[in-house]
Structure formats: C-alpha cells, structure tokens
Design a protein around this ligand. Structure first.
Ligand code: ATP
Ligand code: MG
Length: 296
C-alpha cells in the first residue's frame, strides 16, 4: 500500500495569547498565529522562516502541544491533537521530539550528559539498565560523539557537542517528527554546517521528518525540501526550496533573501530540480555535497 498521507497536517491554525496583566479589564487577546496551513510528508524537512515575533516558535509549540490551539487543527498521522485531552499521550511524546536553541537549558548541569538519553529511554519504558546504556552509546555514536562523552558534564562540552547530545536524546526514541526550533542559531557558522549535515544524514538513515524553524534563510536552504515564510502570524509564501530562493512571490521573502548572507544562488537548487524532474523523489540540495557556510 502506498501511503501519501502527510505525517503532519496543520490546518488554519490560530494561536491566541492572553496578555496584559492580572486584572480582567486589562487583559486582551493577541492572535500571534493567524490561519496557518501546511503539511509535512514522511521524511520531509519543512522549514518555517520569518523575522522575530512572526509566530514560528508558537507554531512549533502548538505542534508540540506546548501552546494551545485556539482555532483550526493540528493532525499528526491522522490523529487530531484536539482529541488527545489535557495529558499528551506517551506515544505522541515519543513520536514528536524537539531540539531547541539552547541545549544547556534542557540539561541538568549536575548530571552526566549520557543520563539525558538514558532517562528518556527509561521514561519510555526501556526497563533494562544495560539496554539503556547500550542504546545511549549507540545514539552518541550516531551523532558523532564518543562513548567517553556519556560521562561528561554539560560544562565540559562545547555548544556544538551539547547540541549533538540534544539530538541524540531526541533521536534515540526513533521519533517520526522532530521540531528543530533555532537548533543551530546559537552556533558558529562551521558548527552550524556540521549540525545541519548531521540532521540531514540522520534523516537519510531514519526517514524522520523535520519542522525546521530558523530566522536565517541561509541555514534552511541546505536542509529544506519546502519552505514557508511567516510574517506577523500569516504564512505569506510557501514553496519548494528552489522556488522560494529563485522565484520568491512575496516582497517580504525578497527582503529576507536580501538580508541573508547565503542569498547568492550557487547552482545546487538547479541540480536538485533536475534530480526531482528525473523522479529522484525527495532529494535535498545539500545532501550529497557538504554544507558550505557563506561568510557574511
Ligand atoms: N507566552 C506568551 N505570551 C504572550 N505572548 C507571547 C508568548 N509567546 C510568544 N508571544 C508573542 O507571540 C508573538 C510570536 O512569538 P514567537 O515566539 O512565536 O515568534 P518567533 O517567530 O519564534 O520569533 P523569534 O525569531 O524571535 O524566535 C510575539 O509577538 C511574542 O511576543
Ligand atoms: Mg522563536
């Protein structure tokens, strides 16, 4: 059976925040995501870009059930999040993982980093201690860390290494979707490239999908199959990576492109288009060539 149903379907999503203090008469409703719709296929990377405050993280948080859906729907693998009740089911917390900008913030400074991975396995029912250690060591290897790193403390690791730990923790549960919210934004350019390449390699070997959130178009270019551009809570543009980079339809996308250090076409999109035209399926522009950070 061929299954071309999207893994994630976000339909007309609206998210409101109540702002303005403690008393009811001061409070007002701020709509920060306004009728956003997109889908993500299995094995696909869909990127959301847009300037600060445009609603990217809020959209990601709605998918993660960390922000309440005020209108529209989020459907994962046919399951409407609205039907899940207050407590997010364990299977959803396994299938949908997150990697955020600051890995140190989600790691206990007093715990060896390997524990972040073994704890995740324990929460998800891996009873055997030996199996947890074994799988943690494998996960570390998958993300390019040595088994010796398992016993390090966060303060002993670089930002890039910590982000690898965060990715190992997310991937060890074999999720189907990972929300990467500014996952490389705090890293220097060459480390960004390494992490983006790692995420792409892991996608190729596991078939995981990514909702990749970034304000920098230069970063998303090398990992995205499709890109959506958010502006003030509205999805103003959506297309394949090639289309968005070479034929932006919205003026706002053009200004984002102009502001991006990697705005000069380098021919990869054209090669990817050729592969797609030959029936190469979900090819990625950067998957066979190293990510080339553009100094800017
Ligand atoms: N918990 C909250 N309560 C009230 N307003 C919020 C809350 N979280 C976010 N906002 C507001 O919602 C809007 C969208 O925020 P969001 O974090 O989704 O933007 P973003 O696109 O991720 O921005 P950035 O690039 O800075 O991360 C902003 O105006 C923000 O101030
Ligand atoms: Mg954000």
């Amino acid at each position: 059976m061929t299954d071309d149903r999207p893994l994630l379907e976000v339909r007309d999503l609206t998210v409101d925040y109540e702002v303005g203090g403690a008393t009811a008469w001061r409070r007002r409703t701020l709509t920060v995501v306004k009728g956003v719709s997109f889908t993500i296929a299995p094995g696909e990377t869909y990127s959301l870009v847009g300037e600060s405050g445009s609603g990217k993280s809020t959209t990601g948080r709605a998918v993660l059930r960390l922000a309440e859906v005020s209108g529209g729907s989020v459907v994962f693998d046919g399951h409407d999040l609205a039907g899940m009740g207050a407590e997010t089911p364990l299977w959803y917390r396994r299938d949908v993982q997150a990697v955020f900008q600051d890995p140190a913030a989600s790691l206990n400074p007093r715990h060896q980093v390997g524990r972040a991975v073994t704890d995740a396995l324990r929460r998800h029912g891996v009873r055997s201690r030996a199996e947890r250690r074994q799988r943690a060591a494998e996960a570390f290897e998958q993300v390019g860390l040595a088994a010796a790193h398992l016993t390090r403390f966060p303060a002993e690791m670089s930002g890039g290494q910590l982000q690898r730990v965060a990715i190992a923790r997310a991937l060890v549960l074999r999720p189907r979707l990972v929300v990467c919210d500014e996952a490389v934004s705090a890293l220097d350019l060459s480390t960004q490239g390494q992490i983006v390449n790692l995420l792409a390699d892991l996608q190729a070997s596991t078939g995981v999908s990514y909702l990749f959130i970034a304000h920098d178009l230069g970063v998303v270019r090398h990992i995205s199959h499709r890109i959506g551009v958010l502006r003030q809570g509205v999805l103003v543009e959506e297309g394949t990576t090639q289309d968005v980079f070479t034929r932006p339809r919205h003026e706002y996308t053009g200004s984002l492109l102009a502001a991006s250090p990697a705005s000069v076409p380098d021919g990869r999109e054209e090669r990817r288009a050729l592969r797609l035209a030959r029936g190469g399926g979900l090819g990625r522009s950067g998957s066979s060539s190293p990510f080339l950070p553009v100094a800017g």
